[in-house]
Design a protein around this ligand. Structure first.
Ligand code: MG
Length: 374
């Protein structure tokens, strides 16, 4: 098989569409500039096509400014977008002097694979077109004027991109159609050319709505924290901001609220930030006797890029009994973490009289949090 990676005949041009407003994503900026795993959606999409002779990125001026500094490649150039997808593709096609195959891709489909692209382009070389599509796994109904009709889903395909075409035929198709179309295969089809399907994948998703962006790599993060303090006399016992009537308190530079310390370290760890030993060192007199709930406020101010999904706290101690205080502890943490009380839980356990906590020498706490990038 001919190696499509070589920049020789046939000449193949890629068009990557990044001019949409992406309003349905509700991000407040062009969705293709959304970054995950340290790279924008648009860059991930564009880079899949760099092996071709020319890559034309269609976008507005602002998007061009952002993208151009990350694309120092001789074969990449930019073209202004139009009012509609159809106009954007026309702009790109007009800018191409000559090529054999043009492959057109949505900039918002960053998960397209080399194999999908390869098969699409090869289909265009063989049949004149290679439109990526896959069969629906859901049942389909045709509804006309409120009348529902069952259809055979094996007759229907979900159409994606890339869509690859014989360049001259696609230019001819666009020259003979003046409306606004959903995609290039519709223009090609309406001009009387045969649309050939090339295998797609459900994973080749077009990022469109807010939920499409939630599960992206890096959007969710977990964090774990752990802390131990020794019991001592003449100290007040404070756990999760609740003062507890007990003859002993916990020894520490601050109020020694171990479960809150564990929660803070879990949050900081989830964000890959330095822990509370670094942020609030016990050598700093400002934190002597500090209210740990106030320190938690400071931690929350450091992680404003994230929202907390839930927090799970475990207090490990032989005494005192924690159960009567769990409700107040959850309330305090829910307010501090800005979540519903059902998204914070505090559990307690003993260690069956074993070890430091079992012998009543100290109290330990662990915490896990799940956070999500806003
Ligand atoms: Mg501590």
């Amino acid at each position: 098989m001919q190696d499509l990676c070589t920049k020789s005949s046939p000449k193949i041009c890629a068009v990557v569409l990044c001019a949409g407003k992406g309003l349905r994503a509700n991000l407040g900026y062009n969705k293709v500039l959304h970054s995950f795993s340290n790279e924008s959606v648009a860059l991930k999409s564009i880079k899949k096509f760099l092996r071709f002779d020319e890559v034309i990125v269609v976008c507005d001026e602002d998007t061009r400014e952002v993208l151009s500094c990350s694309l120092p490649y001789d074969n990449v150039r930019f073209v202004g977008g139009g009012m509609t997808r159809t106009d954007s593709v026309k702009n790109a096609l007009k800018s191409i002097k000559d090529c054999d195959i043009v492959t057109i891709h949505d900039g918002a489909r960053p998960f397209v694979t080399e194999q999908i692209i390869e098969q699409s382009v090869r289909s265009a070389l063989t049949y004149g077109s290679g439109v990526v599509a896959y069969q629906s796994t859901d049942a389909l109904k045709k509804v006309t004027d409120g009348k529902t009709q069952s259809v055979d889903r094996s007759d229907y395909y979900i159409v994606q991109t890339p869509q690859s075409f014989d360049f001259k035929k696609l230019v001819d198709a666009y020259s003979r159609n003046s409306g606004v179309y959903a995609d290039d295969s519709e223009v090609y089809d309406r001009a009387g050319y045969e649309v050939h399907i090339s295998p797609g994948s459900r994973d080749n998703v077009k990022l469109t709505t807010p939920s499409d962006f939630l599960g992206l790599n890096g959007a969710y993060r977990v964090g774990y924290g752990f802390d131990v303090h020794a019991f001592c006399e003449n100290r007040i016992l404070v756990l999760c901001g609740k003062t507890i009537d007990y003859p002993l308190g916990l020894l520490g530079h601050s109020d020694a609220d171990a479960p809150v310390h564990a929660v803070m370290d879990a949050l900081l760890s989830a964000c890959s930030l330095p822990d509370i030993g670094v942020l609030f060192p016990d050598t700093d007199p400002r934190f002597e006797g500090a209210d740990s709930m106030k320190l938690l406020e400071k931690v929350m101010q450091k992680i404003t890029d994230y929202e907390i999904i839930n927090a799970s706290v475990c207090i490990i101690t032989q005494k005192p009994k924690i159960a009567p205080h769990v409700s107040d502890m959850r309330k305090n943490l829910a307010i501090a973490l800005n979540v519903d009380i059902n998204d914070v839980n505090v559990s307690a356990t003993t260690t069956e009289h074993l070890g430091i906590t079992g012998e009543g020498k100290g109290l330990a706490s662990s915490a896990m949090v799940l956070i999500r990038k806003k």
